[in-house]
Design a protein around this ligand. Structure first.
Ligand code: SF4
Ligand code: SF4
Length: 96
């Protein structure tokens, strides 16, 4: 129909950043991630804890909800939403 706008709706995605040496291994981010994207790694950080890592097969399952960064007591994990990245890139293109 003429007045229907066809818009492709894609699920949101996020990119996870972990500052390993800040982590104290509490596991909150792993426990509360609604997508089960994170798991405990086997490596040790500078404090002697196991920081989280992405479950390799689930890397693209992150929906960028930011819940992991919200519950992290050490501010050791944060998210960038893919859409925001693209918007920033577009904005940067315009500025240049
Ligand atoms: S942003 Fe949400 S879905 Fe992504 S890793 Fe954090 S808690 Fe999980
Ligand atoms: S919530 Fe923060 S301190 Fe706790 S395991 Fe996750 S990254 Fe480490």
């Amino acid at each position: 129909m003429k007045y229907w706008i066809k818009e492709e709706l894609k699920p949101p995605h996020g990119k996870v950043y972990i500052i390993k040496d800040r982590c104290k291994g509490c596991g909150f981010c792993i426990e509360f991630c609604p997508q089960g994207v994170l798991q405990e790694s086997e490596e040790f950080n500078a404090k002697g804890y196991h920081p989280p890592k992405l479950v390799e097969t689930d890397e693209k399952k992150c929906i960028g909800c930011g819940f992991c960064s919200l519950v992290c007591p050490e501010f050791a994990i944060y998210i960038e939403k893919e859409e925001e990245e693209k918007k920033e890139e577009k904005h940067a293109d315009k500025v240049l």
